[in-house]
Design a protein around this ligand. Structure first.
Ligand code: UDX
Length: 434
C-alpha cells in the first residue's frame, strides 16, 4: 500500500520505518530539512534500539523515502499524522499547533478515497473537529492512536498488543478496510482490534497513560508511607503484585515518571476535562502529578542529608540523565532534574549517561559531564543512580568502591541489592526503603 507519514519525530520516524518493514511503500514528511537529510542517509535522528536497522532496510528496499515536500504524498492512500502534541507553553493543555499545521499542509492534496489516520495523542474532541475541517475534500478521517514505548518503539509498532481505530461511523466499512489493509500482517496474528468512535479512540490513549501514571504514583505514595513507618516499598510491591488483579508491572517505586508522554498527557487530560466540565472526574491526576514531582525532591533531600544538610562543593556522581534506560530522551526527565537541583545546591555534579549527554548538555550546560562511568565515579562522595541503565544495575560494589572517595550510594530506582552493597561497607539509601 502507498502511505505517507506526516511528522518524523519519535513517533513518525518509527512509524514510517515500521510501515516499510510491513511491505508498504512509504513517504515520511517533515518540515525539518536536517532531520529529513539524516533519515534519508539511514541515520536515526534520536536513539532508539532497532530503528537504524529498520530504516536502512526500508531505504535499501526502495519502499521508504523522506521528504520536506508535501507534493510527494500525492500517490498515498492513507496519510498518518504523527506530529508531536507537547504541553503548551502557557498552561497544561496540549499544543495542537503541529497537528493543525500538518492538516493545513495536507489539505490541498486530499481527495475522495483517501484516509487521514491520526496517531498523535490529542485532546478528546480533536478528531471530530479535524474531520469537519477536511470533509469538503472528500477524504475521510480515522483516529488510530499509538501505544509505543520508547526503547521498544519498533517492536511495539510492528507487534502491538492492540489496534484501535476510531472512525466517524462504525458502519463505514471502507475506513476500517483501509486500516486493515495497512495492518494486515499484524491482524493475521490475532492481535486484538477495536473499532470505535473518535472520542473513545482518543480517550483510550490518554486514559491508558493516565492509568499507568496513577499506578506509578500509587506505589510512590506507598513509598512515602514506607519511609515514615520503616516498611519496604519493593517488598510491598512484590507482595501486592502477586494479586493478578493488581499485577507487578509499573509498580517500581523511585524518582517517578518522566518523558514526552506521561507527564504532559495527564496534564493535558486534566485541562481538557476541565474545559468540558468534567474537571472533578480526573482531579486525582493533579495528585498523581504532585506525588511524582515530590519524589525528585525527596531524593535530593536524602542526598543532601548525607552531607549534614550542605552539599556545597561535594562531588556527586549522577548516574543517568535520560527519563528511562534505552533512550536519549530528556524531556521532563526526573534524572536530569535531580542533577540540576543538586547543582543548584552548590554540589559538584558529574553526570554520566550512555546516550543522553549530548541532549542534556545542550539544555543544562551548567552541569559537569563525564565521558565514562568510571570517570563519573572517580572521587565521588555520593553516587546517585537515577536512570536504571543495565551498566548501572550491574555495578559491582567492590569495584565501584575502588573509584569513589566515599562509599555512599543512593538508589533512585530501587534496582540494586541493598544487602550486597551494605556488606561491601557502603551506606545504601533508597526511596521507600528503610
Ligand atoms: C509511555 C507508555 O508506556 C506508552 O504506552 C505510551 O505510548 C507513551 O508513554 P514511555 O514514555 O516510552 O511510554 O515510557 P514508559 O516505559 O511508560 O515509562 C514512563 C516513565 O515511568 C519512565 O520515566 C519510567 O522510568 C517510569 N516508570 C515506569 C516508573 O517510575 N516506574 C515503573 O514501574 C514504570
Amino acid at each position: 500500500m502507498r502511505v505517507s507519514v506526516i511528522g518524523c519525530g519519535s513517533l513518525g520516524a518509527v512509524h514510517a520505518a515500521a510501515m516499510a518493514s510491513l511491505g508498504h511503500d512509504v513517504v515520511g514528511i517533515d518540515v525539518d530539512e536536517a532531520k529529513v537529510a539524516k533519515l534519508t542517509a539511514g541515520e536515526a535522528p534520536f536513539f532508539e534500539p532497532g530503528l537504524t536497522e529498520t530504516l536502512q532496510a526500508g531505504l535499501a528496499s526502495g519502499r521508504l523515502r523522506f521528504s520536506t515536500d508535501y507534493a510527494d504524498i500525492a500517490d498515498a492512500v492513507v496519510h498518518f499524522i504523527g506530529v508531536g502534541t507537547p504541553q503548551s507553553r502557557d498552561g497544561d493543555g496540549a499544543d495542537l499547533t503541529y497537528v493543525d499545521a500538518a492538516m493545513a499542509s495536507l489539505r490541498p492534496h486530499l481527495r475522495h478515497g483517501m484516509l487521514v489516520a491520526g496517531k498523535s495523542t490529542v485532546p478528546v474532541g480533536t478528531a471530530a473537529r479535524l474531520a469537519g475541517e477536511i470533509a469538503d475534500t472528500g477524504a475521510r478521517l480515522a483516529w488510530n492512536p499509538e501505544f509505543l514505548r520508547e526503547g521498544y518503539a519498533v517492536k511495539d509498532t510492528v507487534d502491538p498488543d492492540r489496534l484501535v481505530y476510531g472512525v466517524a461511523d462504525a458502519t463505514h466499512d471502507e475506513d476500517v478496510a483501509l486500516l486493515d489493509e495497512v495492518y494486515a500482517s499484524i491482524i493475521e496474528r490475532s492481535t486484538p482490534r477495536i473499532v470505535t468512535d473518535y472520542a473513545t479512540a482518543e480517550l483510550v490513549k490518554v486514559s491508558a497513560n493516565a492509568f499507568l501514571a496513577t499506578k506509578i504514583s500509587f506505589i510512590n505514595a506507598m513509598a512515602e508511607i514506607a519511609e515514615t513507618t520503616g516498611a519496604d516499598v519493593t517488598t510491598l510491591a512484590d507482595a501486592i503484585g502477586h494479586d493478578t488483579r493488581i499485577g507487578r508491572k509499573f509498580l517500581n517505586a523511585g524518582v517517578g515518571f518522566g518523558g514526552g508522554c506521561l507527564p504532559k498527557d495527564i496534564r493535558a487530560f486534566t485541562a481538557r476535562a476541565e474545559e468540558i466540565g468534567n474537571g472533578e472526574s480526573v482531579a486525582f491526576l493533579k495528585q498523581v502529578d504532585q506525588i511524582n514531582l515530590r519524589r525528585r525532591q525527596r531524593l535530593v533531600d536524602i542526598v543532601t542529608e548525607s552531607f549534614d544538610g550542605d552539599a556545597t562543593d561535594r562531588r556527586i556522581a549522577v548516574l543517568g540523565l535520560a527519563f528511562k534506560p534505552d533512550s536519549d530522551d530528556i524531556r521532563d526527565s526526573p534524572a536530569l532534574e535531580v542533577a540540576a537541583r543538586l547543582h543548584e545546591l552548590g554540589a559538584d555534579v558529574v553526570a554520566y549517561d550512555p546516550e543522553a549527554i549530548p541532549n542534556a548538555s545542550r539544555t543544562h550546560p551548567q552541569l559537569g559531564y563525564a565521558d565514562s562511568l568510571a570517570s563519573a565515579l572517580t572521587g565521588a562522595e555520593a553516587v546517585v543512580l537515577v536512570t536504571e541503565w543495565r551498566q548501572f544495575r550491574n555495578l559491582d560494589p567492590e569495584q565501584t568502591a575502588e573509584l569513589v572517595a566515599r562509599r555512599s550510594i543512593f538508589d533512585g530506582r530501587n534496582v540494586l541489592d541493598p544487602a550486597e552493597w551494605r556488606s561491601a561497607d557502603w551506606t545504601y539509601r533508597a526511596l521507600g526503603r528503610a
